[in-house]
Design a protein around this ligand. Structure first.
Ligand code: ADP
Ligand code: MG
Length: 295
């Protein structure tokens, strides 16, 4: 692939830049009124006693090993909240919140054209940022059943999750893991036994499951496989309010991006995240010095 056909890194581009939205957010299929603060309060809280709680040690009490695990998982909003990347994630959160105000946005699918574009990295950072230290109930769904990496990245051992809910009718609330100190809930991928991952994701049961979960969370962030290889993310996006599309700067071929966005449907794309673009770090270090900040 020739370099020129790839999505370029703009000279002033950001480490993680929001270059969308591609189009105005679509009305949800079943348009419900925008949640008012009172309506949000009336959401059903997740069961208080969740059997599967995996506390990741709070950072101030964490062992070196745990800290480096978190760093390895690129949860930069937690490990380096003043970094350019964390700042861009907050900007993304602001963008999504402003879309949410104008029409019932609650469930977001994160996808991209190809593997390794940064979907899982952005999903986990965004979910953590949306949780705002637990003020919002946020669920992160590991819906890439082919190459699940979220739980693994957080050093959580293989355990049942979405696959078992879809295949064996397991109760999703018994599968949820509350992650501390991220203060989000994770529904891990689990392991399909008798069905292909795509059959499970594209089943009606998957739609019903997401609908059921929606009543319990302020935000649901769904990490999915790449569009180019599989239709899972397109299928699951039908149950979501919109899609966040990740592009890896200087890596994802231009043609793949436009083909994938066409497949998703332009009106479904809430925004495009340009991941790993160079340049913003320099900008931040310049202004960081100017404003006397650490960076
Ligand atoms: N902005 C970034 N800067 C540097 N490395 C990144 C960035 N985003 C993702 N990565 C790394 O790239 C790899 C692929 O990211 P990942 O989020 O797993 O992609 P995907 O889920 O799209 O396959 C991982 O090793 C991840 O740590
Ligand atoms: Mg991934």
């Amino acid at each position: 692939m020739k370099k020129s056909s790839r999505v370029p890194m703009k000279p002033s581009g950001s480490f993680l830049g929001l270059v969308g939205p591609v189009a105005a957010p679509p009305p949800p299929d079943d348009p419900t009124p925008a949640p008012t603060p009172a309506a949000e309060e009336s959401l059903v809280a997740p069961p208080a006693e969740l059997p599967a709680v995996v506390p990741l040690s709070p950072l101030d009490r964490a062992s070196q090993e745990t800290v480096s695990n978190l760093e390895a998982s690129r949860l930069i909003v937690l490990t380096d909240p003043r970094s350019p990347h964390a700042d861009r994630i907050r900007y993304l959160r602001m963008h999504l919140r402003s879309l949410a105000k104008s029409g019932g946005l609650r469930t977001i699918v994160v996808t991209s054209a190809q593997p390794k574009d940064g979907k899982s990295t952005i999903s986990s950072n965004l979910a953590t940022s949306l949780a705002e230290h637990g003020k919002r109930r946020v669920l992160l769904v590991e819906a890439d059943l082919h190459q699940p990496s979220l739980a693994q990245g957080l050093m959580i051992p293989q355990r049942p999750g979405l696959s078992e809910c879809l295949e064996a009718g397991a109760d999703p609330f018994e599968m949820l893991i509350r992650l501390e100190p991220l203060e989000i809930f994770l529904l891990p991928a689990g392991k399909p036994r008798d069905h292909s991952p795509s059959d499970l994701i594209q089943s009606e049961a998957c739609g019903r499951l997401i609908e059921k979960l929606k009543a319990h969370f302020d935000w649901i962030v769904i990490d999915t496989p790449p569009v180019e290889a599989l239709s899972d993310s397109i299928a699951i996006s039908r149950h979501a309010d919109g899609v966040l599309f990740v592009v890896r700067a200087d890596e994802t071929p231009r043609r793949s991006v436009s083909h994938a966005i066409d497949q998703i449907g332009r009106s479904r794309v809430l925004g495009v995240v340009l991941n790993a673009a160079e340049g913003l770090g320099n900008l931040y270090s310049k202004y960081g010095r100017y404003y006397g900040e650490r960076r």
